[in-house]
Write a protein that binds this ligand. Structure first.
Ligand code: C2O
Ligand code: CU
Ligand code: CU
Length: 485
């Protein structure tokens, strides 16, 4: 059996000091033995709102080099972070509030903040429009109204495959006035990181091979740590807000001995909960999951991720996963001594998509790969040569994303939200607002949108190496644009 790399390496770590507060660095004690990781209470702290006005949440966000320990006992000397935290601060606001972010770029190159999944004005989107590039050492104020309740995330949109690997990502919770409130709620960034086996530092971006196959890591992280432990109460309902921020890995999740119910997708709440045995999240995708904890004090219940093959099984492609072929723990929940009580999941169902499937298909995007020449394409071209798609705003419109390649691609569209009408012709089991979709090998996905956020928007594969290699393009949503088609 293949063991995850960090399990093999952990006992060999030496040095480091021993801060002991939860969430702080876990190092080694004086004898060089690794310390057990601390167990934190379920919950999180949101970023402080620096703006006194009721309708405005004001935060300061700065990104800079930052050394952090992913749980291996060795600081990543080339790490990055927002506000010196990995993940960055949790931004929390109410639906309809304005979010104002004073952003400073402490990196040595141009950057942006992209608000993944939020319908923001395009000049605030951190992509495409040149005006929102923030130079090294520069700052920019992002300001927009929060039109969507749900779970979102932010990350740079330049050098994404390097920056996200090193720790630049953060969580956004936009609250619906009628959403269920529980005591135990945890937003979790799922990630993997590829470390050099000897130095335990971020491994270099190798070869064209990694560019085509996607960068799979050898350490799994939950909120920046490989060893996260959270104490929960038996009988209590927990809401887990999950986002997959990995460069290329799909997480196929189960929670030991527990029943997971999906109550929200990328863009908000479902009309009804959907019980699932396992939950697959591709890069960029989110889910809100409710769990009523079952167990006895001291029980350790792990969130496990099973091997997910990115390539079609029949493809003549040997795909290597540095995490091995089995299941690996992502984080551990520990049942505490105190019991809790369940919260009924009464969901705010005033905001769920309801397209009929009658919406006209405006465009079919065709994704493909040419392994021999090392290129990935959309509609036969690579960015910036992918032909733009021009559509009329405020007209319910369908699109098809067709995958002619033998590999899964998590396809993400900026600026508008979508409903999945069909995957390979079949309506999906979980039906909510989405902005990122798994397009299975040799398969197709049909989506619909109201296109109620005009602008110039990017779309791309959220395997970050693919986006970098050119699996990206843009679509324009505007009034009177249909003559352009
Ligand atoms: Cu999460 Cu265009 O990205
Ligand atoms: Cu996005
Ligand atoms: Cu891809």
């Amino acid at each position: 059996m293949l063991l995850p790399l960090f399990a093999l390496l952990l006992p060999a770590c030496t040095g480091g000091k021993t801060p002991d507060s939860p969430g702080d660095t876990v190092g080694n004690d004086d004898t060089g033995e690794p310390l057990p990781s601390p167990t934190e209470r379920c919950g999180y702290t949101a970023a402080t709102d620096l703006d006194p006005a009721d309708g405005v949440v004001g935060i300061e966000l700065s990104q800079a080099p930052f050394e952090w320990d992913p749980g291996t006992g060795t600081m990543l000397t080339e790490g990055l972070a927002y506000n010196g935290e990995v993940p960055g601060p949790v931004i929390e606001a109410e639906l309809g509030q304005t979010l104002r972010t004073e952003f400073t770029n402490g990196l040595a190159y141009d950057s942006t903040v992209h608000w993944h999944g939020l319908r923001v004005p395009d000049e605030m989107d951190g992509a495409i429009r040149m005006m929102d590039m923030v130079p090294a050492g520069g700052s920019f104020t992002y300001e927009f109204m929060l039109k969507d309740a749900g779970f979102y995330w932010y990350h740079p949109h330049m050098a994404t495959e390097q920056d996200l690997e090193r720790g630049l990502y953060g969580r956004i919770i936009v609250r619906h006035p009628d959403e269920p409130r529980v005591d135990c709620e945890l937003p979790v960034v799922l990630d993997d990181i590829l470390l050099d086996e000897d130095t335990l530092q971020v491994a270099p971006q190798d070869t064209d091979h990694m560019q085509l196959m996607g960068r799979l890591g050898n350490v799994l992280l939950a909120n920046g740590r490989s060893d996260r432990r959270i104490e929960v109460k038996a009988g209590e309902t927990m809401l887990l807000r999950l986002v997959n921020a990995a460069n290329a890995r799909y997480f196929d999740l189960t929670l030991e001995g527990q029943r997971m119910r999906v109550v929200g997708t990328d863009g908000g709440w479902l009309a009804e909960e959907v019980p699932v045995d396992n939950l697959v999240l591709g890069p960029g995708e989110r889910a809100i999951v409710a769990v009523d904890w079952v167990g006895a004090p001291g029980d350790e219940l792990r969130l496990m991720s099973a091997r997910f093959q990115l390539h079609d099984e029949d493809a003549h492609m040997s795909e290597y996963d540095p995490m091995g072929n089995g299941e690996n723990p992502v984080m551990t929940f520990v049942i505490g001594d105190e019991a809790g009580t369940p919260t009924p999941m009464t969901l705010p169902s005033d905001d769920v998509p309801a397209f009929t499937g009658e919406e006209p298909v405006a465009h079919t995007w065709v994704l493909d790969e040419d392994m021999m020449n090392g290129i990935v394409t959309i509609d036969g071209a690579s960015y910036p040569d992918v032909p733009p798609v021009i559509v009329e705003a405020n007209v319910p419109t369908a699109f098809v994303v067709q995958n002619d390649s033998e590999m899964h691609h998590p396809f993400h569209l900026h600026g508008n939200r979508f409903q999945v009408l069909a995957v390979n012709g079949v309506p999906p089991e979980i039906d909510g607002w989405k902005d990122t979709f798994d397009i299975p090998p040799f398969g197709s996905v049909e989506i619909a949108s109201a296109l109620d956020n005009p602008g110039e928007w990017m779309f791309h594969c959220h395997i970050l190496e693919h986006a970098e290699l050119g699996m990206a393009g843009f679509f324009m949503v505007g009034e009177g644009m249909d003559d352009g088609m």
